[in-house]
Ligand binder design. Structure first.
Ligand code: F6P
Length: 320
């Protein structure tokens, strides 16, 4: 194992750069040559590959986004595209590839693994939707971004006796909603796991009104069946409160990574280097509590995310 490649893929996440930095510096520290692959699997197919050294990742740990950029590659979904990627890996003499991305990107890594290329997968996505790890790189920063927005929304909702529905990302996972909702003191957290009882949502807001609450904040995960517009219509009809929407969208994907994400990404990036040095292959790096773990990549990707029942209950009780 002398020459490793690293790429970032899928939706970018704050902390990806910290992981790239750890892989490059950890690799160079241990005598490896490290090659940055631009634009994920798309750049791999086109040979957008360049050796990186310690100065390539200088002044990077605090920057959001990914210096290697990212792309969603349709070509890589084809056998021809995968063959082109393998040809490039061989042309550059890469002994292994580190992939930083979400479930789709790590599954892409499985295609390379099946062709005999040693792969290390790092969970880089704000969604926190990979069941094998407690946290993904970028999740903490996204939660703090939403929390900052909720604080600002609380001010104006109070001024105008309003109910505000804050829509957050996460694809089908409600974790951004649960964590930011509890931290932000939201009245209700609406996800695909809690949306079946919309009467409970309306009761919560009405009870709050009766208790003299001047505002209500509802956090809605984008994976819900019911749309933000439908929630607004329902609340205005059932509660009589003026209701507004805030869709945070791509704001959640940017920003300087939090200390937690920088440390998580640095730890995971260096663990990937250690696994390569131990001649391991096809491992998914994750975290359980405070401890780093690594699992067989294919097995890891089969583990389903558990619903955060504790935070659902906590949010309901603490918003009485
Ligand atoms: O996976 C990260 C994510 O931000 C999701 O939360 C969101 O639904 C999706 O990416 C948006 O995808 P795109 O960046 O391709 O529009």
């Amino acid at each position: 194992m002398r020459r490793i490649g690293v790429l970032t893929s899928g939706g970018d996440a704050p902390g990806m750069n910290a992981a790239v930095r750890a892989i490059v510096r950890g690799g160079v520290y241990n005598g490896l040559k490290v090659f940055g692959i631009q634009r994920g699997f798309e750049g791999l197919i086109h040979g957008e590959i360049k050796e990186m050294d310690v100065s390539s990742v200088a002044d990077l740990i605090h920057r959001g986004g990914t210096v290697l950029r990212s792309a969603r590659s349709k070509d890589f979904m084809t056998k021809e595209g995968q063959q082109k990627a393998l040809d490039q890996i061989r042309a550059f003499g890469l002994d292994g590839i580190a992939i930083i991305g979400g479930d789709g990107s790590l599954k892409g890594g499985l295609c390379l693994a099946e062709a005999g290329i040693p792969v290390m997968g790092l969970p880089g996505t704000i969604d926190n939707d990979l069941g094998y790890t407690d946290f993904t790189i970028g999740f903490d920063t996204a939660v703090n971004t939403v929390l900052d927005a909720i604080g600002k929304i609380r001010d104006t909702s109070t001024s105008h006796d309003r109910c505000t529905v804050v829509e957050v990302m996460g694809r089908h996972c409600g974790d951004i909603a649960y964590y930011a909702g509890v931290a932000g003191g939201a009245e209700y957290i609406l996800t695909s796991e809690t949306e079946e009882d919309l009467n409970a949502l309306c009761r919560k807001v009405i009870d709050g009104q009766k208790r003299g609450k001047l505002h209500s904040i509802i956090v809605r995960a984008e994976g819900c069946e019911i749309s933000t517009a439908e929630v607004i219509k329902l609340l205005e009809q059932k509660t009589g409160m003026e209701t507004r929407a805030v869709v945070l969208g791509y704001v959640q994907r940017g920003g300087s990574p939090s200390a937690q994400d920088r440390i998580l990404a640095s730890r995971m990036g260096y663990r990937a280097v250690e696994l390569f040095l131990d001649n391991k292959r096809n491992r998914a790096v994750g975290v359980r509590g405070m401890d780093l773990i690594d699992l067989d990549l294919e097995e890891a990707l089969k583990i389903q995310r558990k619903t955060n029942t504790e935070l659902i209950k906590l949010a309901d009780i603490l918003s009485i």
